[in-house]
Design a protein around this ligand. Structure first.
Ligand code: SF4
Length: 327
């Protein structure tokens, strides 16, 4: 591992100033992804600015009836918080599905949003990867890509986003709050991850040097019967093959659906949501919603199975939510 300097920030402004000073400085949260990548040479920051001790942890009530989760809250604390479990159960389920207890105890909510793809070529500095080295090519598209994207990918990169938590937050219309030296800002999660296009190395819309301070879950998205379901290649922890966060109001047909494991970012299933609003909520309607969403899929030669899997998962979870609804 390349040598690096370490600084522990105690004030947000200190952290911003230390990163703005350059030298390839990076914020350090739980380190559960960044430090792994430093060991393999994929990441080589000259300085780490530790933000875990900033006063940004905890879950608090928002004025609109929602919740605000501080960026340095651990994944364990966010998943276990009684109000997260009560109002946004799909978020708690997504975090619990994401990693082992040891990792959840270290990983922060802000860091979770910023984790890098688990594409094997990205993790191997000997391979061509436009995300790691812009313009170097993409070894995955002609290579091993069975777990890559089927929606919204480009010829420059077909990697998927690794976060389960972000999928649930996309379904709940979460808003990311951040701080810069010029002042605070916010980004709806729908805009937080830009389309991959020809710049797969640009993974978020955050301004340079911005520090995530909190994630707000709107009160309008409270859904005590929401659900997160994840298909993975083994029974123990693994990144999603396909996952879904969903809630469904059976009286109105209003639904919030986001998919994981299928795109470079959490994939909000707006086509499926539109079909559900046309009602009535029958098994045929659920199948039509899934078909509408997957009609945009463009699988690679080795991952067409994900289209079938995503379709079946959408139908299964919508059916479960409808069956669970009070009569
Ligand atoms: Fe790199 Fe993306 Fe291609 Fe993977 S899919 S090798 S991350 S450019």
């Amino acid at each position: 591992m390349k040598e690096f300097a370490y600084r522990r920030a105690t004030e947000v402004r200190d952290a911003l100033t230390l990163v703005a000073a350059g030298d390839g400085a990076r914020y350090l949260g739980g380190g559960t992804n960044l430090v792994d990548l430093m060991k393999t040479g994929v990441e080589a920051p000259a300085r780490l600015v530790d933000v875990r001790f900033l006063p940004l942890d905890g879950v608090r009530e928002a004025a609109d009836g929602g919740l605000v989760i501080g960026a340095t809250t651990t994944n364990s604390d966010a998943a276990a918080h009684p109000e997260v479990r009560r109002r946004y159960p799909a978020l708690s389920e997504a975090i619990l599905a994401g990693a082992s207890g040891q990792l959840r105890n270290m990983a922060t909510v802000g860091g979770n949003l910023l984790q890098r793809t688990r594409c094997g070529y990205f993790a191997d500095p000997s391979q061509a990867c436009n995300k790691r080295v812009p313009g170097s090519g993409c070894a995955a598209i002609a290579g091993e890509h069975h777990n890559h994207a089927v929606l919204g990918w480009s010829r420059h990169c077909a990697a998927t986003h690794a976060s389960d938590m972000a999928v649930a937050m996309a379904a709940f219309d979460a808003v990311v709050h951040y701080e810069t030296l010029d002042g605070p800002g916010e980004l709806p999660l729908a805009e937080f991850y830009p389309p991959v296009g020809d710049t797969p190395d640009r993974e978020t819309a955050l301004p340079p040097g911005a520090l995530i301070t909190a994630i707000a879950l709107p009160g309008s998205a409270v859904s005590p019967r929401s659900r997160y379901r994840k298909v993975r290649e083994r029974a123990s922890y693994a990144f999603a093959t396909v996952s879904i966060a969903a809630d469904l109001d059976v009286r109105t047909g209003s639904a919030r659906i986001a998919l994981g494991g299928v795109a470079s970012r959490p994939w909000r299933a707006r086509r499926a949501e539109a079909v559900l609003r046309e009602g009535p909520l029958t098994a045929d309607r659920f199948r039509a919603a899934a078909d509408a969403e997957l009609s945009a899929a463009e699988p690679l030669p080795g991952n067409g199975y994900k289209v079938t899997l995503a379709r079946n998962l959408i139908v299964a979870v919508l059916t479960e939510l409808a069956d669970r609804a009070p009569a």
